[in-house]
Write a protein that binds this ligand. Structure first.
Ligand code: ZN
Length: 184
């Protein structure tokens, strides 16, 4: 299942490493999408740097094979997807009154999932469009700059050519012959 989630994300245009992170952090396509949305403006380096910090706030991520379950802290109402997260919350907050929540942390419906994918796609497309515009502007600037350099090059070449024409004899062959004759 995880590999098809990953494939889907890669098909959407996420790079492999980011998609893999998203799947491992999100524990499924839904979580992965949420994760991607939250982290869309961060570089992979920033994400990795923030990972340790994040762990200290949310508690351990779901381990592969760990069944997500809904636990609720009766003292603050916070819900948890795993036993480990609830335990982590207990250790941090010293809250001790937990209950299995009858109300599951509802998975998204197919419709909501589709909508979320669509939203994300639009956001990505908009982002790419902005990047594309910037690249176009950069390219234009480079072209102008290259043209300028080329013109300068031609101007200087002409100056150098004119100077050397003025100084050097017309035919380098005869000049060499002349110099040999003069030296010998
Ligand atoms: Zn609590």
């Amino acid at each position: 299942m995880a590999s098809s989630d990953l494939d889907q994300l890669i098909e959407m245009g996420f790079d492999q490493e980011r998609a893999q992170l998203a799947v491992s952090k999100g524990g499924g396509i839904q979580g992965a999408l949420e994760w991607l949305e939250v982290n869309q403006d961060k570089s992979l380096e920033e994400i990795k740097a923030a990972a340790a910090e994040q762990e200290s706030e949310e508690g351990p991520a779901l381990q592969p094979g760990e069944v997500p379950r809904s636990l609720v802290c009766n003292e603050c109402g916070k819900k948890f997807r795993s036993q480990a997260q609830a335990e982590f919350h207990a250790s941090k907050s010293e809250h001790v009154d937990f209950a299995e929540s009858t109300e599951e942390i509802a998975p998204l419906t197919e419709e909501q999932k589709k909508q979320k994918l669509e939203d994300l796609r639009e956001k990505l497309a908009a982002k790419r469009a902005v990047q594309g515009e910037q690249e176009k502007a950069d390219k234009k600037r480079n072209e102008v700059w290259n043209l300028l350099l080329l013109k300068l090059f031609i101007v200087f070449s002409n100056i150098i050519l004119r100077k050397s024409k003025g100084r050097a004899p017309r035919n380098p062959r005869t000049s060499r012959r002349n110099s040999i004759r003069n030296n010998g």
